[in-house]
Design a binder for this molecule. Structure first.
Ligand code: NAD
Ligand code: IPM
Ligand code: MN
Length: 377
């Protein structure tokens, strides 16, 4: 049997509450006869973020980073941060720094953030998106955000009167994330176009980005259409004619961060969008000595305003489990089953308070398990 080591990072705020539901779903799928015959899952849970600062004085310890690097095949991350730690220095030392350090330690340089008008269920965007129905109908794209470079990880100066974040990219960094974007495009039939966002009219790093992107697409992926789009006008297009962006939206760390949050407006809520950070895709060769690594996290934060009340929406976290089956373990059937179960439960009206429902976090998770039992039988 294949063994899969999964590191859990519940983190802060609503993190532990939504993580518990994701683990419930994972355990249920793992116990299915068809799965347990060939897959074994091992878990361990570690501290990250504010809770790690309280315990160890650091947002993540070197020991935990080694567990992520050497033991884990996949990481499930819930959320970090909260008002308790707001006064502490941010960057790599604040609660969010724990997440940034893990991304960097695992070198998971491609952050996939899918967004579609009918995901997780068609009625959610219909009821919650601020956009007109005919504007968002048929919207279907995935943001591929460069996750380990750019302004997030460049040199920093933080003096009293001057601060700087170096925003740089190398050819190799641009090439490798372009390859993931193009390979994802090729998984669709016909291949999706790849649309790269940059500010080549202003930024030197964007000019190299555009040049390397175009060269890589032309020489390695002649069968995939590609386009460049200035990142600022991409924001406008996303609001006015978002179907124009259907395909793979490739962006650097900063532009990718912004466009993926903006994508939340298509669906109308943050509580339902999962994401995957990867260093490869199933079926692609890895450099010698490299292992497949991945981290899955919801797009939302730790929601301190509703923490501890059993009312947080676990949908995004549960859908992270589906992405983990798809991208880490090549278990497409199980991934689909989870996505179908979540869709059916939402369509049936079992919803948490953020979606104007009355279900608790636990009740939502239980409803997904019950639906999975129906689907799998
Ligand atoms: P947030 O996403 O935590 O919350 C924004 C709003 O959405 C809040 O009203 C919250 O109640 C609601 N919300 C978010 N997730 C929800 C869910 N699953 N179910 C129901 N409602 C949900 O963003 P914020 O308030 O800007 O940040 C709070 C803290 O989280 C900050 O410390 C921030 O730095 C941190 N943060 C962490 C991550 C992460 O861990 N990846 C991401 C973003 C923000
Ligand atoms: C995200 C978050 C993180 C980021 C923060 C919490 C470090 O906003 O995953 O998009 O900026 O990358
Ligand atoms: Mn973000």
């Amino acid at each position: 049997a294949h063994t899969h080591n999964i590191l859990l990072f519940p983190g802060d705020g609503i993190g532990p509450e939504v993580m518990a539901e994701a683990v419930k779903i994972l355990n249920h799928v793992a116990s299915l006869a068809s799965v347990s015959a060939s897959h074994q899952f091992h878990f361990r849970s570690e501290l990250i973020g504010g809770c790690s600062i309280d315990e160890h004085g650091k947002s993540v310890t070197p020991e935990v980073l080694s567990i992520a690097r050497d033991w884990a095949d996949a990481v499930l991350f819930a959320a970090v941060g909260g008002p308790k730690w707001d006064s502490q220095r941010r960057g790599l030392d604040g609660p969010e720094g724990g997440l940034l350090q893990v991304r960097r330690a695992l070198d998971i340089y491609a952050n996939l953030r899918p967004c579609a008008a009918d995901t997780p269920s068609p009625s959610i965007s219909r009821e919650f998106s601020p956009f007109k129905r005919d504007v968002i109908e048929g919207v279907d794209f995935v943001v591929v955000r460069e996750n380990c470079g750019g302004a997030y990880f460049g040199k920093k100066i933080e003096d009293a009167d001057y601060a700087m974040d170096e925003w740089g990219y190398s050819t190799a960094e641009i090439q490798r994330v372009t390859r993931i974007a193009a390979q994802l495009a090729l998984r669709h039939n016909p291949p999706w176009p790849v649309i790269s966002l940059d500010k080549a009219n202003v930024l030197a790093s964007s000019r190299l980005w555009r040049k390397v992107f175009e060269q890589t697409m032309q020489t390695e992926f002649p069968q995939v259409q590609y386009m460049n789009q200035l990142a600022d006008s991409a924001s406008l297009i996303l609001a006015i004619n978002p179907r124009k962006l259907n395909g793979v939206l490739l962006a650097d760390n900063t532009f990718g961060d912004m466009i993926s949050d903006q994508a939340g407006s298509i669906v109308g809520t943050l509580g339902v969008l999962p994401s995957a950070s990867l260093n490869t895709l199933p079926g692609l060769p890895l450099d010698a000595g490299k292992k497949q690594k991945a981290l899955y996290e919801p797009t939302h934060g730790s929601a301190p305003d509703i923490a501890g009340k059993n009312i947080a929406n676990p949908t995004a976290m549960i859908l992270c489990v589906a992405l983990m089956f798809r991208y880490s373990f090549d278990m497409e059937k199980e991934a689909k089953q989870i996505e179908d179960a979540v869709r059916n439960v939402l369509e049936a009206g079992v919803r948490t308070g953020d979606l104007r429902g009355t279900a608790t976090t636990k009740e939502f998770g239980d409803a997904v398990v019950a639906e999975l039992e129906k689907i799998a039988s």
